[in-house]
Design a protein around this ligand. Structure first.
Ligand SMILES: [Zn+2]
Length: 84
């Protein structure tokens, strides 16, 4: 199993368990890494990398997620499969 497949499954299980919101009604901004960890792969996003800042509405209120661009694409794909 390659890294991408593992990450995909990890994102899917986080979506299914509600630990991550589905991609719906969100806003995304492209910005610079700040060392914050990615919501998908939990690796830090260093300052010289692109960081996607995703503002998601949830039942508890809006939350802000940091993601790598590649992780963001996987999050979108997996959300769609789950009906997001
Ligand atoms: Zn990531």
């Amino acid at each position: 199993m390659d890294d991408c497949t593992q990450l995909r499954q990890s994102i899917r299980s986080q979506l299914q368990s509600g630990r991550m919101p589905l991609a719906a009604g969100y806003q995304v901004y492209e910005t610079q890494g700040n060392g914050a960890s990615c919501a998908c792969c939990h690796r830090a996003i260093p300052g010289n990398d692109v960081r996607y800042e995703v503002d998601c509405p949830t039942v508890e209120g809006p939350i802000e997620l940091a993601m790598h661009p590649d992780c963001y694409e996987l999050w979108l794909t997996e959300s769609k499969k789950l009906g997001g």
